[in-house]
Design a protein around this ligand. Structure first.
Ligand SMILES: C[S@@+](CC[C@H](N)C(=O)[O-])C[C@H]1O[C@@H](n2cnc3c(N)ncnc32)[C@H](O)[C@@H]1O
Length: 210
């Protein structure tokens, strides 16, 4: 989150990090930790379930860092491109990044909900602006994922402001949410209890259908 002139990009709340947790660790350690998380998710997943794993690709020291070292040992079936409206890059050495990836990692009997494969594999959703969390998912993105599956229980082990929970409930699913930060857990709890979420989601669904 630093620009090429060495200064910090002032508008990004994430430059201040998450509350209660610093995930700045050596790359190898980080990879091992993420692999362990994914392995555990895969272990508890039902035979017709799937993991949707979002992780930015980045350019580090001038070289593309994809996430093959984290997901390579798992049965990745597809990469979904989440095209965002913007991006950050003050570097003249490469084009402005405008997308993130979501790895679809299914168990053997996973099938999409009827007709949803027509969405294709490039999805365009803008950033979530109305959220106190420094890195929230757009509600519409999570709605696309959850409503494209028939899963009854959705697990999000990095739940932040609770986007996965509110979207799961609005789609009549159950959720299990985990976050290391008590502040974000409180934020999520308040959000889940707010009754406007249902209508917020209904609006988004209507817009998506237009
Ligand atoms: C990208 S944010 C998730 C934001 C969320 N998708 C939303 O819509 O608000 C990642 C979250 O992971 C949490 N986190 C980081 N390390 C964690 C850990 N070891 N265990 C649980 N949560 C962790 C952070 O506190 C942060 O809220």
């Amino acid at each position: 989150m630093k620009d090429a002139r060495g200064g910090k990009w002032k508008n990004a709340a994430l430059v201040n990090g998450y509350s209660h947790y610093d995930d700045d660790m050596p790359h190898n350690e980080y990879v091992e930790w993420q692999k362990e998380c994914l392995n555990e998710m895969y272990r508890v997943l039902k035979n017709d379930g799937a993991i949707f794993y979002n992780h930015k690709w980045r350019v580090q020291n001038g070289l593309l860092q994809d996430r093959q070292d984290i997901v390579g040992h798992l049965p990745v079936r597809q990469i979904i491109i989440w095209r965002r409206k913007g991006g950050i890059n003050f570097n003249p050495g490469y084009f402005l990044p405008t997308y993130e990836v979501i790895y679809l990692i299914p168990k053997p009997e996973f099938k999409l909900a009827p007709k949803t494969n027509a969405y294709g594999d490039v999805w365009e959703f803008g950033q979530e602006m109305k959220n106190e969390h420094p890195a929230p998912f757009p509600v519409a993105l999570i709605d696309r994922i959850i409503s494209s599956t028939t899963g009854e229980i959705v697990l999000d082990p990095f739940m932040g402001s609770g986007t996965t929970a509110v979207v799961a409930l609005a789609n009549d699913r159950k959720y299990i949410g985990i976050d290391i930060s008590p502040d974000y857990c409180e934020l999520a709890e308040k959000r889940i209890n707010r009754d406007r979420t249902q209508s917020e989601l209904t609006n988004i669904k209507q817009k998506t259908l237009l």
